[in-house]
Write a protein that binds this ligand. Structure first.
Ligand SMILES: [Zn+2]
Length: 213
């Protein structure tokens, strides 16, 4: 586990350094969304997210329930992937789902470990529910082979590619107590954060105008 974290391409310390000076903007939205009864999302700067979650007891836990609860939160927050630690659960698992009405692709990965990735990589824009509005171009392998327990408690090995592989690799970073900010250079991260601040200012001005009319 420790090795995997050390293998992150950009220095974890660099990202931590940038993020420690970062103050997430607060939105004073005139029309806040109705309160969600479910779990709250932890922001990326929350210390809980920089700690690798504990493996879960496959025999003891109700895996189907854990999957359903996490998927529900994921869909509420409009994500295509969510890790349990992002909603404050100390458990090494995550879900991915495409939200399709018919035959949705929905999967939970309990105690996952990566056993192989493709040499071929690509760059794609990524966001994270724990960090609204931050978008970063992240380089990742296009294919991943993963060993994990499914929600029936069976240990399986599967290979994924394309968007699914991308989402899995993104979520897997959360299993290491890491995230997508550790996959880019300090410069890229600073640029990304600047863009968030700019967008936030624009949003605030729009709200101020709305409040005046
Ligand atoms: Zn994320």
């Amino acid at each position: 586990m420790k090795d995997e974290r050390e293998q992150l391409p950009s220095a974890v310390d660099d990202a931590a350094d940038v993020m420690s000076n970062y103050d997430p903007p607060a939105y004073d939205d005139p029309a806040p969304e109705p309160e969600y009864e479910g779990p709250k999302l932890l922001h990326m700067t929350h210390p809980f997210l920089s700690k690798a979650p504990s493996e879960i007891d496959i025999e003891k836990e109700d895996l189907k329930q854990l999957k359903a609860d996490l998927l529900e939160a994921m869909y509420y927050y409009r994500g295509i992937g969510l890790s349990a630690n992002q909603i404050g659960i100390d458990g090494k698992y995550f879900v991915v789902g495409d939200g399709k009405e018919e035959e949705p692709f929905e999967k939970a990965f309990f105690n996952p470990s990566i056993i192989g990735v493709s040499k071929e990589e690509d760059h794609l824009r990524e966001g994270c529910l724990s960090f609204p509005e931050l978008w970063l171009m992240v380089k990742r392998p296009i294919q991943v082979t993963l060993k994990f327990f499914n929600s029936d408690g069976e240990e399986i090995v599967e290979t994924y590619e394309g968007t699914t592989a991308r989402v899995i690799l993104h979520e897997y970073d959360h299993m290491l107590g890491a995230n997508f900010t550790h996959r880019v250079s300090k410069l890229k991260l600073e640029r990304g954060l600047k863009a968030v601040a700019k967008k936030h200012k624009k949003h605030q001005r729009r709200i101020q105008r709305l409040l005046k009319t």
